[in-house]
Design a protein around this ligand. Structure first.
Ligand code: ASP
Length: 438
């Protein structure tokens, strides 16, 4: 039997009531043997996240100011959870130690990481699981990045010795042997690392939403949830601005062939979104997985004055773009014209150099730039394997009087990219969404 790794976000652990929900979820499936908690999040609008309070303690102390009043808020949150759940762990003792270390000038990473550390102690007690400190199993290299192979080996070994464990999220051991955190939201990464280390059946990421939606709900009010999506499809959506998982929390599991399941702690019966390595049959809406859009692009078009067969314009334009330090996102081009989709802000930073380099190209040509482009990406394996997709997008946008600046099948073979004027972004997303979900 392969275990399941469950990671719970801050809102899932904000108070004792949420802890109880987590316990019920974990106990419902005997394979849920490895649990990765975040620090307590907000209980209500305007409340503080414990991690933010810990950062505040650090900065107050570093400025020589009193931080005790902030630490008392933190203390009370943990004590209340322990009290309400009748836990036996002496959390007061651990809190004293953390407070003492902050006062002694502990690093900001150390301070921030204690939110997860203390929550891990409570959770291990509640579940009767072993507390495993990631300080002993998650390692960063000299470059400050995760040392994936050492981590996988040592953590795998550590976890193989216990039947079940709670591993606090968000931190590990820096190259200097001291506590080091990931970037904010980094408990997702810890969950993925643990899932790889124990070769999990699935990595469950429990949060406060029932998975991803097929479109931004602020644009498409009744957007449906995504039941299945592949890691690659999710990546394509993120390129167009969709908020999905952090790339670092995808790689450890996707490379190990482990699926990630986004679930809702407040609605545990909802299956959420399953993210897998290979495509599965989407029964209800096979044609696409999701749609996303982003403003702030420009299209640079370089066109020969007189068509011929030489490749100098294409090669020269690419060299010019490289030399001017501009990153391009997309390049729908032919031998006589090159168009590059770039982020507007970045283009204007390097544009003088770019025009200078373009002047060196021998083939006579002219350059035009279209600003205010929004990029929409329609993602899904079905999109590409359906010959009518492009035609339907074209038709629906035409019917809605929306001009198309670019329409292309993505080279990754699972997305179609549409460029429209920024002012039409929402309208275009709504039109395409309803066309493909009707
Ligand atoms: N507690 C940390 C944060 O607030 C890490 C996490 O929640 O994943 O960023």
């Amino acid at each position: 039997m392969r275990p399941i790794v469950t990671k719970f976000g801050g809102s899932s652990l904000a108070d004792a009531g949420q802890f109880k929900k987590v316990r019920d979820i974990v106990k419902l499936d005997s394979r849920r043997l490895f649990v990765v908690p975040s620090a307590p999040g907000r209980r209500f609008d305007g409340d503080d996240k414990v991690t933010d309070l810990l950062y505040k303690c650090h900065s107050l102390n570093a400025a020589g100011e009193d931080f005790k009043w902030v630490f008392d808020i933190i203390r009370e949150r943990y004590l209340e959870i322990a009290r309400e759940l009748s836990l036996t762990v002496d959390i007061g003792k651990y809190l004293d130690e953390v407070e003492k270390n902050i006062a002694a000038g502990a690093s900001s990473d150390y301070c921030a990481s204690r939110g997860e550390y203390l929550n891990g102690l409570l959770m291990a007690d509640l579940l009767g699981y072993t507390f495993v400190d990631p300080q002993n199993g998650i390692f960063f290299g000299a470059d400050g990045r995760l040392d994936e192979e050492k981590t996988n080996e040592v953590l795998g070994e550590l976890l193989s010795k216990v039947e079940s464990a709670v591993v606090p999220g968000f931190y590990g051991c820096g190259f200097d042997g001291k506590v080091k955190t990931f970037s904010r939201g980094g408990s997702d990464i810890t969950g993925a690392i643990v899932a790889r280390a124990v070769n999990a059946e699935v990595y469950e990421n429990w949060t406060d939403v029932s998975g991803f939606l097929m479109a931004d709900p602020r644009i498409v009010g009744d957007a449906r949830s995504i039941s299945h999506i592949t890691y690659r499809e999710m990546y394509e959506l993120s390129c167009a601005g969709a908020t999905v998982l952090h790339e670092d929390s995808v790689f450890p599991v996707s490379r190990a062939g482990i699926s990630t399941n986004i679930r809702n702690t407040n609605m545990p019966e909802h299956p959420g979104t399953m993210i897998s390595c290979t495509a599965v049959n989407r029964k209800d809406f096979a044609i696409f997985a999701g749609i996303a859009g982003k403003k702030g692009f420009s299209i640079i078009l370089a066109e020969k004055d007189k068509p011929d067969n030489s490749q100098d314009l294409v090669v020269g334009t690419l060299e010019a773009i490289k030399k001017s330090g501009i990153h391009f996102d997309y390049m729908p081009s032919g031998v006589n014209n090159v168009s590059l989709l770039v982020e507007t802000g970045e283009f204007y930073l390097g544009s003088d150099k770019f025009y200078g380099e373009m002047e060196k190209i021998k083939v006579p040509h002219y350059i035009s730039v279209h600003d205010n482009i929004a990029l929409i990406v329609l993602v899904g394996y079905g999109v590409i394997h359906n010959r009518e997709t492009i035609f339907r997008i074209y038709e629906i946008l035409r019917k809605n009087n929306i001009d198309i600046y670019m329409l292309n099948q993505g080279s990754s073979e699972l997305s179609t990219w549409v460029g429209v004027n920024e002012s039409h972004l929402n309208e275009a997303i709504q039109a395409i969404y309803s066309e493909f979900t009707k």
